[in-house]
Ligand binder design. Sequence first.
Ligand SMILES: Nc1ncnc2c1ncn2[C@@H]1O[C@H](COP(=O)(O)OP(=O)(O)OP(=O)(O)O)[C@@H](O)[C@H]1O
Ligand SMILES: [Mg+2]
Length: 233
Amino acid sequence: MPSRPSRAMTEGSEKATMRALKKMGIKTCAFHLNNDWELVRQGAEARVYKGSYEGRPSIAKQRLRSEVKRNLKCRTAGILAPEILMVDVDQCTIIMEEIGNGRTLKQKIKELEKDSNPADELKQICSNLGHLIGKMHEAGTTHGDLTTSNILLNPNGEMVLIDFGLGGGEASAEDKAVDIYVLERALAATHPNMEPLIPDIIDSYCKNNSKAAEVIKKLEDVRMRGRKRSMVG
Ligand SMILES: Nc1ncnc2c1ncn2[C@@H]1O[C@H](COP(=O)(O)OP(=O)(O)OP(=O)(O)O)[C@@H](O)[C@H]1O
Ligand SMILES: [Mg+2]
């Protein structure tokens, strides 16, 4: 009997997501994670397992919120995100392609920071980040939780987005500004050496997004609100 999508997966316009999955030939059926799947991360909201799906090294993610919609939007726009191999709506399980060995941008930056002169490489990373976010926003979607832990590096060294937040409709300039602001705060907290390079990210963002001006204007407001909030405590 076909399983009924659970509420967490059907909130908002999840029906459209189901249609998109079907159209893209991605299976939506019940899937039991057996003991061959190794738990690699138990977070507050999600469990991540490593295993094999139809002979492919894969990652299974079980979580309460659906991150499928934004992944599909990005991939459709040609932005790198893991290929979704199957979705079990009842168990809220997503099976996706495994990217490299799960190496994050955070790990790469931490390694670079141990080098005596990482400035050039860090600048290049900022330029790539601005390019990636600019293109994603140009395609009308946001990530929802941009941090250097949620960006993996594939074997070619390219950035691959994972761990999308909830949502995925047409993003407003304000949504996009918040997306950038979340990354700015994450950089300041995790990689203080990169904070002075934020203008490099913004420069590259502007070169890669034809509607950047409106977003950057909103970003000023969002930053201001953030500063006020931190002063109030
Ligand atoms: N497609 C993938 N390929 C390789 N490794 C992955 C993949 N997806 C996740 N991982 C590994 O699992 C880790 C955690 O994944 P993810 O960021 O999706 O979950 P999380 O942060 O625990 O989730 P949440 O923020 O939803 O609680 C990643 O940092 C990465 O090392
Ligand atoms: Mg994460």
